[in-house]
Design a protein around this ligand. Structure first.
Ligand code: SF4
Length: 411
């Protein structure tokens, strides 16, 4: 299985998006603590790793951990806002280190919308430069876009821009806003779209890409809002291929290993022909209205076939539909192995990493689980200072700051 794991290498960022789901935390990584997580993915036979954040390029050892992961045989990817990759020298360093694919995050090609969403002016030009720099260095580029209330009506306009001005970009990913955590949770009313808000524009955007020969994926959109392109749903693909995902969060959540992809459904879902391969409303708190879901009656197996026998996807391991039906039923019945225990961590080796790595109030990991970063005195000071600064900036925009660590209010 072509599982790909995530490592949040930092949690701070030089942008201030009003719906950030992974904002600043006091946890920090050094090379050693990241190396352990890379080794874990290698031991599990993972295909690749996605370095993310926060803004991962703000970690001074990003090229080094990229090189290490690449040398250990992982396909190394990164999700970035593009601000540092706009520097051709940094793009060269990352390419030389072994970065193979970069996801540049752009929400809207309308400058005023992008600035309102990012809380930072002038970011589009950097993102465009990052795209061009990466392509020039032979690094593949995907465009990531969080669907939200402000861009829901012009997703197709964004695609028209990319096709016209950056034809070297071949793959696009939309993530529907997850209002269940971080800053997205406390600013739900301002940014969470209704599903119907983006249905038409998303459909037009997918059709444009399909006709142009580009590929795309869509995360956290129920299949009844994308039936023509249901095979492009990330959750559906993982459900069909019985895949898992591990995210090493650089916060109190630590490691989350996800094997189930469906969460919230409406009563009508029980009669829907796609129920067994649909993630429904995923994990959204109360951000979305189940009343917006509507059962569909289309050929489920036609979608499964498209997912399984897609020649461009190296991860498919099923030789026939019969094999898939048998293993899918066993998987859902819990007959196939799902969970493995996490390997133990070399704790003494981690503790030797220098004064900034002296053990702080980091929670003791569950026995057998990998520790993800740590809270140091310096990390805590930087976190508190960053939050003071971000509170001023975010409140001046009429937005709320996410709940702080260990608080139920404004932290
Ligand atoms: S009705 Fe429910 S199961 Fe069917 S596509 Fe919509 S969310 Fe998925």
């Amino acid at each position: 299985m072509a599982n790909i794991g995530y490592i949040q290498v930092v949690r701070h960022c030089n942008h201030l998006c009003g719906f950030c789901s992974n904002p600043t935390s006091p946890y920090t990584h050094d090379f050693e603590s990241m190396r352990v997580l890379v080794d874990d993915f290698v031991d599990r036979g993972y295909f690749g790793v996605i370095l993310t954040g926060g803004e991962p390029t703000l970690h001074p050892e990003l090229p080094r951990i990229t090189e290490y992961a690449s040398q250990r045989g992982l396909h190394v990817r990164m999700i970035t806002n593009g601000s540092r990759l706009a520097d051709p020298r940094f793009a060269r360093d990352m390419a030389n280190a072994g970065l193979e694919l970069v996801h540049v995050s752009v929400y809207s090609t309308r400058p005023e919308v992008e600035a309102a969403l990012r809380g930072t002016e002038g970011t589009l030009d950097s993102a465009y430069a990052a795209v061009d720099n990466a392509l020039e260095r032979g690094v593949d580029v995907n465009i990531n876009c969080v669907i939200n209330k402000l861009n829901a009506d012009h997703l197709h306009e964004n695609i028209a821009h990319w096709l016209r001005h950056h034809p070297g970009v071949r793959h696009f990913i939309w993530n529907n806003l997850d209002p269940s955590m971080g800053r997205a949770e406390v600013n739900q009313a301002l940014f969470t779209p209704r599903l119907a808000d983006f249905e038409l524009s998303l459909h037009r955007a997918m059709r444009m890409l399909h006709r142009s020969g580009r590929s795309f994926r869509v995360e956290k959109v129920p299949l009844c809002y994308m039936t023509d392109f249901a095979w492009a749903s990330t959750e559906t693909r993982k459900i069909v291929k019985c895949e898992e995902r591990i995210v090493h969060f650089l916060d109190d959540k630590q490691t989350v290993r996800q094997t189930m992809w469906g969460h919230r459904y409406a009563p009508g879902c029980t009669m829907c022909s796609l129920r067994s391969i649909c993630g429904g409303l995923f994990d959204r708190g109360d951000g979305y209205d189940p009343a917006e879901l509507h059962p569909v009656f289309v050929d489920r197996d036609a979608i499964v076939r498209t997912v399984l026998f897609d020649g461009s996807d190296p991860s498919s391991r099923f030789a026939s539909m019969e094999q898939w039906r048998r293993e899918f039923a066993q998987h859902n019945a819990g007959e196939l192995p799902r969970a493995e225990s996490f390997p133990s961590v070399d704790r003494p080796a981690l503790a030797e990493a220098g004064p900034e790595s002296e053990p702080g109030p980091t929670p003791t990991p569950t026995p057998g689980m990998v520790a993800v970063g740590r809270v140091t005195a310096r990390g805590q000071r930087l976190y508190e200072s960053k939050r003071r600064h971000e509170r001023q900036r975010i409140e001046s925009r009429g937005l709320n700051l996410e709940r702080g660590r260990g608080s139920s209010g404004g932290g």
